[in-house]
Design a protein around this ligand. Structure first.
Ligand code: ZN
Length: 328
């Protein structure tokens, strides 16, 4: 009888990009490099290390060239970045990144607010970026990250058809993958399952990963729905770093540590050492005093008797359980 292999999920860490761009503090470069190294050493195979945007717009990303150069020295790490236009993409290609994510909004309203282009202008820009890649940088993977795919903070409700129209347009531009982003934290699991099933049936092997924000606490529920629809790449940020500097209390991406625990406990191999990942939070706590760090696994530890999907035992001694009061 054939033994089915353990399913694997790629956890794509976006904290150094989505997390750091969304907070007021600027993380010192040396700490950023240490953090990225620690994340990779904890078993994360893909890290979105920053974005190629003008430093006057996002001072948090002013050191992107140095950060990419460092990340490229880490053996086996898939180095991803985000760029919102042709100019940024050219710089990213020249820097030698492995993967480029292009943020493409479903709604004109979000597109104008985010990148000052209409959706039609952005489709043209993506076509030019793919042409540049094909002509001069053929090895680089391009993903379209379709933003506000489940609802928009400016335009409100977004229909499935609107989102799928943009996904099809991206596939026609020649990107390698089209992922769905719940930029606004509006998605629910029913919607997520339906949309990713449709994405896979309409785009086939160009159907990409899931990017969820935990704004309304639905992030991990949405992950389970995405897994049920066959998604194998999921974005997350360490400590759920992020949120919005203009919306106090708004949380960021789903928490990588909690996501890794969910996946491993459900039998999906991620290759991550959760204890090592939790230990990397100390770098953030030191470098970003006053910024909110989220998550649960770091406080509770791994359950007694826990083993990873591939059969590994936890690397660190787990703390004692709650000894005070009466547990229920
Ligand atoms: Zn995001």
């Amino acid at each position: 009888m054939a033994i089915s292999p353990t399913p694997t999920v790629l956890v794509s860490e976006v904290g150094p990009r989505d997390g750091l761009q969304s907070i007021k503090s600027v993380m010192p470069t040396a700490a950023k490099l240490r953090w990225i190294s620690a994340l990779a050493a904890a078993g994360l195979k893909e890290i979105e290390v920053g974005s190629f945007v003008p430093a006057r717009l996002l001072p948090q990303m002013a050191d992107i060239h140095e950060v990419v150069a460092h990340a490229l020295t880490i053996p086996g790490l898939h180095v991803a970045v985000l760029a919102p236009n042709l100019r940024g993409s050219q710089s990213a290609f020249e820097a030698g990144v492995h993967k480029l994510t292009l943020p493409v909004s479903v709604t004109n309203e979000h597109s104008m607010a985010n990148i000052r282009k209409t959706t039609a202008q952005m489709i043209d820009e993506v076509r030019e970026i793919v042409a540049l890649r094909d002509a001069q940088f053929p090895g680089v993977q391009i993903e379209a990250g379709v933003s506000v795919a489940f609802g928009c903070t400016i335009a409100g409700a977004v229909s499935d058809d609107e989102t799928m129209r943009m996904c099809m347009a991206m596939a026609e531009c020649g990107v390698d993958e089209v992922g769905l982003s719940d930029t606004s934290g509006y998605a629910n699991p029913t919607q997520v399952r339906r949309m990713f099933r449709r994405l896979r049936s309409e785009l086939g092997d160009k159907a990409g990963g899931a990017h969820f924000h935990n704004t309304r606490g639905q992030g991990l529920a949405n992950v389970v729905a995405a897994l049920e629809a066959g998604v194998t790449t999921i974005d997350a940020s360490q400590a759920g770093l992020g949120g919005c500097p203009y919306a106090p209390g708004a949380t960021g991406n789903i928490v990588t540590e909690d996501l890794a625990f969910l996946l491993e406990a459900m039998g999906y191999d991620t290759g991550i050492d959760i204890d090592a990942l939790v230990a990397a939070r100390a770098i953030l706590a030191d470098a970003l005093p006053g910024e909110a760090l989220y998550g649960h696994v770091q406080d509770a530890g791994l359950p007694k008797g826990f083993s990873y999907a591939d059969g590994r035992a936890p690397s660190a001694v787990q703390p004692e359980g709650c000894l005070r009061g009466v547990a229920q």
